[in-house]
Design a protein around this ligand. Structure first.
Ligand SMILES: Nc1ncnc2c1ncn2[C@@H]1O[C@H](COP(=O)(O)OP(=O)(O)OP(=O)(O)O)[C@@H](O)[C@H]1O
Length: 611
């Protein structure tokens, strides 16, 4: 063992090293920015003739009614209750009851339409963001962790949802309410209004500064919890490696530190949260006390009536909520600024590989492929391919071999246009692949990856991914052709077996056979096969070999070969070293040459025979 969990915990605490935290994505809030706000408002535009006007009208009406009611109550006290005018009192009571009813109805409309508006905006935003991400080039995903992409798609959009469903419309309502109440109060009595307003700064302080502190406290808790989740996830997924390398204490130590920090953050957040409600209550009570104390004084002096005090009390009851909510919305806005910035940064990301304006459909008749002096670097000054030229005749099989990192996958990435060449051209049947549409290019080729990605769904659906309109019979036919049928039939539900956990219940070889069937179903003109590196049993290997033969039959094929035994019949074997072709020929001619390839074969044979 590497030391006790406690010792490691201390070590981690002192180093303060955080795993699973993506610094760029951690900004909780940013200063208010009008240009971001304007961009956000664009998302409401499609609803400017539907949900938006209904929401605003119902909001204006419900606020207006809410403002009138206390006035009528005060009026009733002075002109109906005190003089005992029963008729006027009855009229006022009925009117107030109707107004309450109307207020309820308008409120219902307001809530319904602001929610629908918010949900529609978020629906649009999610759609836009997801289709944008789906179309971004590989280069984008090279730079970003999967976690950070998911955070933007999920958490950042959710934080906008709050703003659109509650925030924006409520700002208008609260502003009108506040301005309305202050105006009426001043109209009723200036001195009493000033006395009552004394507590406004305290309320404003509580609802902005204190509330923000509380929110930050909870955000810290959430951050630690998400880090803890990632830690659980990684540790449980990697439990075999952990136990193999006896690193349990390392993991426990790191977890203890996290757990402690999480609990500390939780205590702080709870402590702060406990302060706010009583503070608001006490401040409200001070306002009310000021009202009654100074109100009684003015009443005695004959400056106001009881009705005015009653109206004031009622208005003040409606006054604290908008102040407190505006503070909340302001904090929400700052949070939204950070989320929106990330979302807009995402949306501004342009796919690196795009169709030219006048791009044509690729027409593949024969399947000739030409690489003409292709150069490529993933990053500046890190060249992955230098001057790669190759002519592949229609129907030929080309094997790419070479040490790890020699550039084999890069050739494939360029042929599929996952990246564009830095210089040089790639032609298919004499058409430059940069002049044709990406969709038509990829429709004409099938790529079988080393580790096949199986999507959630059945085996049948996974094979059909190659061609969505294929019938069940065609799917089974393709599986039979690549020898996948026999093992599929043995599964619990045959072709209808659900692929769980990306098909981990299947072996690497079985997954590759499924991907062969998927590729065959697509009937590509050009086939690219990145051979699985993991060792597979001899029987599956034979099936894979046979499946491969079926696949490459009569189509131009590229095989990234790891087991050299599989490519001895290839028409051309291209040997790469540090991004350059060092040898080219068929198996026999390269053996005769006794160069790099012959050496690779010798090494592999020695490895297999254990000499
Ligand atoms: N996405 C990427 N971003 C930056 N560099 C990359 C990327 N992919 C590959 N490289 C670099 O480009 C070079 C060629 O890599 P490539 O994946 O083509 O090698 P390979 O021959 O397919 O290796 P292997 O047999 O291990 O799959 C390597 O130096 C590698 O580090």
């Amino acid at each position: 063992m590497n030391g006790s969990a406690e010792a490691i915990e201390n070590q981690h605490t002192s180093k303060k090293r955080d795993r699973f935290v993506y610094p760029n994505d951690n900004a909780i809030e940013k200063p208010f920015n009008w240009s971001i706000m304007v961009k956000l408002l664009q998302f409401i535009k499609p609803y400017r003739r539907t949900y938006l006007p209904i929401a605003i009208i119902s909001l204006l009406l419900s606020t207006a009614v809410k403002l009138v009611i206390p006035f009528l109550i005060g009026y009733g006290v002075d002109y109906a209750l005190r003089p005992k005018d029963v008729d006027l009192l009855t009229t006022l009571v009925i009117t107030i009851a109707i107004l309450y009813l109307l207020q309820g109805i308008f409120n219902m409309f307001r809530i319904r339409y602001t929610t629908t508006l918010g949900q529609s905006v978020v629906l649009d935003l999610r759609k836009k963001l997801f289709s944008h991400v789906e179309n971004l080039s590989f280069r984008f995903f090279d730079k970003r962790s999967e976690g950070s992409v998911i955070v933007r798609l999920n958490n950042d959009v959710n934080s906008l949802q709050d703003l659109f469903t509650n925030g924006l419309i409520n700002i208008i309502m609260d502003m009108i309410m506040l301005v309305g109440i202050i105006t009426i109060l001043f109209f009723l009595n200036v001195k009493l209004t000033i006395a009552v307003m004394v507590v406004v700064p305290i309320m404003a302080f509580l609802s902005t500064k204190v509330r923000r502190k509380i929110r930050r406290g909870w955000q810290r808790v959430r951050l630690y919890q998400s880090v803890m989740n990632s830690h659980y996830n990684e540790c449980i997924q990697g439990i075999r490696e952990t136990q193999t390398f006896v690193q349990e204490n390392e993991n426990i130590g790191y977890f203890k530190g996290l757990n402690m920090r999480n609990t500390k953050a939780l205590r702080q957040a709870t402590k702060m949260s406990a302060i706010l409600p009583p503070a608001v209550e006490v401040t409200g009570a001070i306002g009310t006390a000021a009202l009654f104390w100074y109100g009684a004084h003015l009443l005695q002096a004959g400056e106001i009536s009881i009705g005015i005090i009653v109206a004031f009390a009622s208005y003040i009851g409606n006054f604290w909520q908008p102040i407190s909510r505006l503070g909340q919305i302001y904090n929400q806005l700052l949070k939204v600024m950070a989320s929106s910035e990330r979302i807009f940064e995402f949306l501004a990301e342009k796919p690196q590989v795009t169709d030219k304006k006048d791009a044509k459909e690729l027409q593949v008749n024969q399947g000739k492929v030409t690489f003409d002096q292709v150069k490529f670097a993933y990053e500046k000054d890190r060249v992955a391919l230098t001057d790669f030229s190759l002519e592949v005749n229609p129907g030929d099989t080309v094997a790419l071999v070479g040490h790890t990192g020699s550039g084999k996958s890069t050739v494939i990435n360029l042929l599929c246009r996952f990246y564009d060449t830095t210089s040089g051209k790639i032609l298919i049947d004499d058409q430059d692949i940069k002049d044709v549409t990406i969709a038509s290019l990829r429709k004409n080729m099938s790529l079988v990856m080393q580790d096949t990605f199986l999507f959630s769904g059945t085996i049948m659906e996974n094979i059909r991914y190659g061609r969505l309109d294929a019938t069940d019979e065609e799917v089974i036919e393709a599986a039979k052709a690549v020898h996948a049928d026999s093992f599929i039939k043995q599964l619990a539900n045959g072709y209808h077996t659900e692929v769980e956990e990306r098909g981990r219940m299947l072996s690497v070889g079985q997954r590759q056979l499924i991907s062969f069937a998927r590729a065959l179903l697509a009937e590509p003109k050009i086939l690219i096969l990145d051979e699985a590196t993991s060792s597979i049993d001899t029987e599956t290997e034979m099936k894979i070999q046979d499946g491969m033969k079926t696949l490459i039959n009569n189509r131009t094929s590229f095989i990234v070969a790891h087991r050299l035994s599989t490519i001895q019949n290839a028409d051309k074997i291209v040997v790469l070293n540090q991004g350059e072709i060092v040898e080219i020929g068929n198996h026999d001619s390269l053996l005769e040459r006794d160069g790099v390839y012959a050496n690779l074969i010798k090494v592999q044979n020695r490895f297999l025979t254990g000499e």
